[in-house]
Design a protein. Structure first.
Length: 97
């Protein structure tokens, strides 16, 4: 599987997921618009371990939704959720969506 990107959220395929299951399917909250990257259709579980989110897509596909981006159909599998960062003279910062 190849990495998948929606705006500032990047999903990287991983072999295995460990961590604490979270009670929601929101991968990232928008800091500027208030919109969120979230799973809107399909069966999935979100986990957190050491400050890193992991997504397990259990159904054949799950839909990643955000109001400002095209919906993406994620295939079944395990994913590490990363937020894109950019460099400024003051240091690294997360990209705000």
């Amino acid at each position: 599987m190849q990495p998948i990107r929606q705006g500032d959220v990047i999903l990287l395929p991983v072999e295995q997921i460990n961590g604490q299951q979270l009670p929601h399917l929101t991968l990232a909250e928008g800091e500027v618009t208030g919109h969120s990257h979230r799973i809107s259709d399909g069966v999935a579980q979100l986990y957190e371990k050491n400050g890193i989110l992991y997504l397990q897509v259990l159904s054949e596909t799950a839909t990643l939704t955000h109001e400002e981006h095209q919906r993406i159909e994620l295939p079944q599998g395990s994913w590490m959720v990363r937020i894109q960062r950019e460099y400024e003279p003051q240091g690294w910062r997360y990209v705000a969506d």
